[in-house]
Each structure stands twice: as C-alpha cells, then as structure tokens.
Write a protein of this length. Structure first.
Length: 289
C-alpha cells in the first residue's frame, strides 16, 4: 500500500460572489471575494492494487459519502482497480460556508497526485471540476489553491479565471449558528439567485475600484442584507457583532465571521453558537510533512 504525505488545505470563507455556469466546467465558477484561514483539512491518501475498485472516505474517523471528494478521486483513478482510502481530518463543519467540500476534494487530489506523479495544476483542475459538478461550491478550490485574501476577477480556472490578492493579516472569529445549509439548495431558488447575481456583480466591481480589507468586509455585509439569504438569527448576530468590528455571513452557511475586538466578539458570539478563532492563511494548499 502506498501512502501519501499529509496535505493541508485551508478553509475558505466567501464574503460575496456572483455565480457563473458554463458547459465547460473549467470556465464555470464565480467572481467574488473572500479569504483563506489557518483552520482547514489535513488529508492523506492510501492506495493499493486490487482486483476491483473501492473508494472509502473518512472524515474525522467516520466513514462519509463526501460526494465532492469521491468525484475528485474517481476523476483521477478512472476505472483502474485501485483500493483507495482517503483520510480527512477537518477543523470545521461541512455545509457551513467554510469550503470544506472543496478542501476535501483538493486535499485528496493533491495527495493522490503525489502517489501517481500528477502535476499540481491537473490536481487543482480535478478538484474544481468535482466542486462544480456536485454544486457544493464555485470558487473555493481556486482560492484554497493559492491562499490569502482574494478577489476573483473572472470565473473559473486560469487562463479564464483571474485572481488578485489583497495583502493583509488579521484574526477572525467564526460562529456556527444554525443547521447545515446546502449551497445547491440556495442556488436553485430563482428569486434569490437573481439577487445574488446582481448584488455580487456590484460588490466585485466596487471592491476592484477600492481593493481594501475594510471595503471587502463592509461589502460582504451589504451583500448579505440585500440578498435575503441570512436568517433572522444570523442578522441579529451580525448586527450585535458590528458594534465591535465588522461582521457578515459566511457564504453560504448558517455561520458568521467577525473581525475587530477579538475578545469581545468571542464573548458576544458565544451566545449564538460554537466559536472558532483563526487567522489568514497566506500559503494555500500544501504538503505539511
């Protein structure tokens, strides 16, 4: 059995986005902005020859469907009779706006690519295609591959997709407030999708005119309030947290992020749900052992 090195993929928080779908999944994705953080997924792959193909995925020790990761693995091994085990250790919950589906898929792709001798760009493509096909995200994988605070100027992977970075580092308080929210379910609602596309376009263009962290954070709250995605409880948490910094909803999840007076934000938001504390991850997906 071959064992890959451990791959770390940062979680990614989307501040706002404008979805784009194309017949070519490499051109599909989103314009938008967000940031990678130093919590995320650590992924290992184990591969052996077998008489028939089998793929098992474990998240924090529990066997999981992990459809996006499974799709990425299948795209790499094709019909070859390999026995594959993917072991994912996740710092944050899935379907809460942290890009965990993308992190699992990208981590698995990079781990397998180290075993099969596949180049990094191909591994990123495989994970992005899986994310788009499974509708679990649109811009997470491209952001997670590079890290930092990003503005996705055009959708998809290079050469179509273009990403600019805003330099910066800050502490982030995260709070998971409600039950899981599936991205695909939200994007199926025509009324909400129209608002997301209109407001997302406005927010990206406004940020490109003035690419600062402050502008990114305030545009994120504007996006949240005008798209109608947030629940009353999310809006309440954001309003209270805004007294001690800038806050908004993690797109798309029942969770919020806040930047400012860290200790006060932790105290306040802990009344709403589970708290996590993080910093910006400037490096992106990488081998860590």
């Amino acid at each position: 059995m071959e064992e890959s090195p451990t791959v770390f993929v940062p979680a990614h928080i989307t501040a706002f986005f404008e979805p784009h779908y194309d017949k070519n999944p490499l051109k599909s994705g989103s314009r938008g902005a967000g940031f990678c953080i130093n919590l995320g997924s650590r992924v290992k792959a184990y591969v052996s020859r077998s008489r028939f193909q089998s793929i098992e995925i474990f998240i924090n020790g529990k066997k999981s469907d992990a459809i996006t990761t499974l799709t990425a693995v299948k795209n790499i091994i094709g019909k070859e009779p390999f026995k594959v085990k993917i072991d994912i250790k996740q710092d944050l919950p899935t379907s809460q706006g942290f890009g965990m589906s993308g992190a699992g898929a990208l981590g698995a792709s990079l781990a397998l690519s180290s075993i099969f001798g596949i180049d990094r760009i191909t591994a990123i493509k495989v994970a992005h295609i899986a994310e788009v096909m499974c509708r679990t995200g649109l811009g997470d994988v491209i952001a997670q591959a590079f890290g930092g605070i990003e503005v996705r100027k055009s959708p998809g992977l290079p050469p179509w997709g273009m990403v600019e970075h805003i330099p910066g580092d800050f502490e982030i308080v995260l709070c998971v407030i409600g039950s899981r929210l599936k991205t695909a379910d939200i994007l199926r609602r025509e009324d909400i999708l129209k608002k997301i596309i209109m407001k997302g376009k406005y927010c990206v263009n406004s940020l490109l005119e003035n690419p600062s962290i402050e502008n990114l954070l305030s545009l994120s709250q504007e996006f949240m309030k005008s798209t109608g995605i947030a629940t009353e409880r999310i809006e309440k948490a954001v309003d209270i947290a805004s007294n001690y910094g800038r806050a908004s909803m993690c797109m798309i999840g029942n969770s919020v992020f806040a930047v400012g007076e860290t200790q006060m934000l932790e105290n306040i938001l802990s009344n709403f749900g589970k708290i996590y504390k993080a910093r910006i991850d400037p490096y992106g997906a990488r081998i860590i052992d």
